[in-house]
Structures are given as C-alpha cells and as structure tokens.
Design a protein around this ligand. Structure first.
Ligand code: CP
Length: 316
C-alpha cells in the first residue's frame, strides 16, 4: 500500500482487519520491516490518540519516528500556486513536502477542514498536495473529509467483539456546542457500508451527510427506531453539510442516555474521542459496562500498525 486516505485504498478490508487483530496478538513479529526506516508524523491540528497510537505502532514495527506539530513549530505554509508570497505564509507546500520526503520513508498528515468553503474542504487540497509533493507513501491521520485510521480501528473493534455474524451498527448524531468536521462520520459510514454489518445512520433533519459516503446505509430521523435492537451504537456529532459547517440548534434531546440504551440489544457504545461528557454522551454510559471508548482507542495501535506494515512491505 502506498496511500491510505480512505477505504478505497484498501483491496480487502476483512484481510486488513484480520492483520490488525493478528498484530494485537504478536505486536513485535515484524520489527525487521521497520529497521532503519523512519515515519514522519505532521500535525496541522491537535491530537492525542492518533499521535500516540501511530507512534506506538511504528515503534512496534521497529521504525524511528519524527513528530512535528506544524501548526505550532513549523513555518506558515502556502498551498496556492502562482501567488506572490508577500503575506503571512513563509514556505510553499511544494518545497515543504518535498523536503519532508527527503527525511522520512512514510509520511502521516493530519489536516482538518476550515468548515467555511465546502468545495475547498471536499477537494482535500491540503492532504492531496502533501501526497503530490512528498514523493513517498502517505497515511492520513485525519483529513478534511475522512479519518480512515479511526474507521479501521472501529471496524477492528466491532469484528473483535461482535456476537452475531451481521451485527446491527447504528451511527447516531449527538449534540455539541461547536461546529465539528464531518470526517469521522463520513469515514465511519463508508467503512461500514463495505463491512458485513446492518448499518443505520440516525440524525436530525438538516444533518444529512454527503451522499457519496452513505451509499448502502439505512438513514432515518427517528433515533428511537434506529436504536431498537442495535448491537453497537456509534455516537458522534457533526456540523451540517448544507448549510455547510453550521450548527442547527434545538436537538439537545439527541444525547444518548441510559434510557435510550435500554431499548437496544444491550449495545456496546462507541465514540472516537475526545467526547464532551453529558453533552454528547451521558457520563453514566461512559463510565458503565457498555462503553467501549477506551478499548476502541486502544485498537488504534493495531489499525495503524496493520497499515504501516503494508506500506513497509511495499518499500521492500
Ligand atoms: N479520535 C482521534 O483521532 O483522537 P485524536 O484527535 O486525539 O487523535
């Protein structure tokens, strides 16, 4: 694998999930693959899980890791071509990414959307320019429209813990005070649409996701109906796709509560984290036996390790 930016870069998702679960059993079996190889992790936005789990995954594979918080430590980057750089940007992505490709063997990039210009965000300009100019394999650490390492870890978690061959998985919108990206729900939806699950998306009117990511999903505005019989409930807020990046108020009653959870098939509750307690998800659920959020975050290591292993094999 030379690029991991979405589910479409994966030939066989079931095999990748199996690889991740195998690595969980034997984390250091492929240390020879990463010997004298370096992973660069470039963050244009904050991170806890993605940074630490990907660093851990690379170390398990014998790699060296360089991390740079570009937003705080790097020069301000210019992404437009043909501009006279007499403003606040200091270095063009052409040189910056090209130079990064000289120092590392695989590059990871995190770049959130601005949530102002939908066309610009959905063009994935920033992530795609890193890919274009670095000249080495690239893994997405979350881009404007997708978070594939999170989605792979989510599928690993569901596969590991499911009790039936085709579990009912519900993605339910949750309230929030800030406009959040659509990357996690977009990505989760497109992975679940390819997985062997009965997949339902529940959200209030006005929070429709881009249809490119939800082909094959059952979509409803009735959260109660969606939760009935669910085996896994994935809780996540996202801002509107139309009007783009906006918060449409009045849906505070969409928070998942123990009363709602009681209508499910004793569902396990998932969230990518970070989560705002008692706003997105009740503390009682987070602290209770149905919560998978920490286990799910633990599986981020094995998801990242399976992807990096595949990339290292392509460098042999
Ligand atoms: N879920 C996730 O990507 O967490 P971080 O933003 O902390 O990396």
């Amino acid at each position: 694998m030379k690029l991991f930016s979405s589910v479409h870069d994966v030939t066989d998702i079931n095999q990748l999930v199996a690889d991740a679960l195998k690595l969980k059993q034997d984390p250091y079996a492929f240390q020879h693959l990463g010997k004298n190889r370096t992973l660069g992790l470039i963050f244009l936005n904050p991170s806890l899980r993605t940074r630490l789990s990907t660093q851990k995954a690379a170390t398990n594979l014998g790699m060296n890791v360089i991390v740079m918080n570009m937003d705080k430590e790097g020069w301000a980057l210019e992404f437009n071509d043909g501009v006279i750089m007499n403003g606040t940007t200091v270095e063009h992505i052409r040189e910056a990414a090209g130079v990064m490709g000289q120092y590392v063997d695989i590059l990871g990039v995190r770049s959130f959307p601005g949530l102002k210009d939908r066309e610009l965000d959905y063009s994935e300009e920033i992530f795609n320019k890193f890919v274009k100019y670095c000249g080495i394999p690239v893994v997405s650490l979350e881009s404007a429209t997708r978070h594939p390492l999170q989605s792979l870890a989510d599928l690993v978690t569901i596969t590991e813990l499911k009790k039936t061959a085709q579990p009912k998985v519900v993605l339910t919108w949750a309230p929030h005070v800030k406009p959040l990206p659509q990357a996690v729900p977009n990505s989760f939806a497109e992975w679940m649409c390819k997985a062997d699950v009965d997949f339902v998306i529940a959200h209030p009117e006005g929070y429709e996701l881009c249809a490119d990511f939800t082909q094959g999903a059952t979509i409803t505005h009735n959260q109660t109906e969606a939760i009935a019989g669910a085996d896994f409930i994935y809780v996540k807020n996202w801002s509107a796709y139309e009007p783009y990046g906006k918060v449409i108020g009045g849906y505070d009653d969409w928070m998942l509560t123990p009363e709602k959870l009681a209508q499910s098939n004793d569902a396990k509750v998932m969230h990518c984290l970070p989560v705002r307690r008692n706003l997105e998800l009740s503390a009682e659920i987070l602290d209770g036996p149905n919560s998978l959020v920490v286990h799910e975050a633990g599986n981020r290591v094995w998801a990242a390790q399976a992807v990096l292993k595949s990339m290292l094999e392509s460098l042999q």
